[in-house]
Design a protein around this ligand. Structure first.
Ligand SMILES: *[C@@H]1O[C@H](CO)[C@@H](O)[C@H](O)[C@H]1NC(C)=O
Ligand SMILES: *[C@@H]1O[C@H](CO)[C@@H](O)[C@H](O)[C@H]1NC(C)=O
Length: 292
């Protein structure tokens, strides 16, 4: 986790898969829960945008990944894998459920294949079966440390209908959304740069409509009261002002850290995020370690 997370901070995120970030899915048999001592502990580490050629154990000699290489040396190194999608939301939905993301509504043919806001009402449906839920039913303690990006709420800010705790995890620490470039103060925001052209386009069309109406009225071609034209112009201005100013809040709205259902940092301090996730992951393993 360490080397990958450090690389994530140093590299500007690519336009397509929102930024690279490490997720650790930690599934441990806690002493309290593990009825049968024979059950293995399971630790899954998922990294966005990590190429097979980026790791030392797959032949990279410029990037040093000694810990991952060591895991590969002591275990099994697989050489064939197909990811279900090249971007975060659908690839994670497939990874968690073992089903193509379009079956759970977590993929789209539109341009933005990932959830762009924490406040989106979409997310992984509750009736999807995640491997975490299956393990939980088998008596495992299940923790997710890192990035979720499978939605949070349906109808209100606190219903948490898509939250990891509703999908078989007993513990969650991390970002409910992702690490966007909008989270870096001073960087060009991915969310704003993806959405502003369209919003500008709508604003211009609406303004053009109002101008046409005003011109038609002045020439006596369209019999509308002056107040109606003024009201329409006011609405266009309100529309513009509301979307334009809201991009100033993207960092506050999207870049947050949660512990279970509580927001613990808003906006998150990116300089410390990778370190916090690492500490949390280690602490989780320590907490769930059988004491014998
Ligand atoms: C190692 O990874 C870096 C970063 O992706 C890449 O630029 C470089 O070409 C890779 N080296 C090899 C030998 O694959
Ligand atoms: C979950 O519910 C939706 C809506 O009722 C349904 O379309 C979908 O097939 C269900 N998924 C599973 C895995 O049962």
């Amino acid at each position: 986790m360490g080397p990958t997370a450090r690389r994530g901070r140093a590299e500007p995120s690519s336009r397509d898969c929102l930024p690279l970030l490490v997720v650790c899915l930690l599934l441990r048999t806690c002493e309290v829960k593990a009825a049968k001592a024979s059950k293995p502990n399971i630790l899954l580490i998922m990294a966005d945008d990590l190429g097979i050629g980026d790791l030392g154990c797959y032949g990279n000699d410029t990037l040093r990944t000694p810990h991952i290489d060591w895991l590969a040396e002591e275990g099994v190194r697989l050489t064939q894998h197909l990811a279900a999608a090249p971007v975060c939301t659908p690839s994670r939905a497939a990874f968690l459920t073992g089903r193509h993301a379009f079956r759970s509504g977590m993929d789209t043919s539109g341009r933005t294949r990932v959830l762009p806001w924490n406040a989106c009402s979409g997310g992984l449906p509750e009736n999807e079966t995640t491997f975490a839920r299956i393990l939980q039913q088998q008596g495992y303690s299940t923790g997710l440390i890192g990035k979720w990006h499978q939605g949070v709420n349906c109808h209100s800010r606190t219903d948490h209908c898509h939250h990891p705790l509703r999908h078989g995890f007993d513990y969650f620490y991390g970002m409910p959304l992702t690490l966007l470039s909008d989270c870096h103060p001073g960087w060009i925001g991915q969310v704003s740069s993806a959405m502003t052209p369209k919003l500008w386009h709508y604003t211009q069309l609406m303004a053009l409509g109002v101008l046409t109406l005003a011109a038609g009225r002045t020439c006596g071609l369209v019999p509308v009261p002056r107040k109606a034209v003024t009201a329409a112009a006011g609405l266009v201005f309100l529309f513009f002002a509301s979307w334009y100013t809201s991009f100033g809040f993207v960092r506050r709205w999207n870049c947050i850290l949660m512990r279970n259902r509580d927001v613990v940092e808003q906006p998150m301090d990116l300089e410390r995020t990778a370190g916090r996730l690492l500490e949390e992951a280690v602490a989780y393993i320590e907490r769930c370690k059988p004491s014998s």
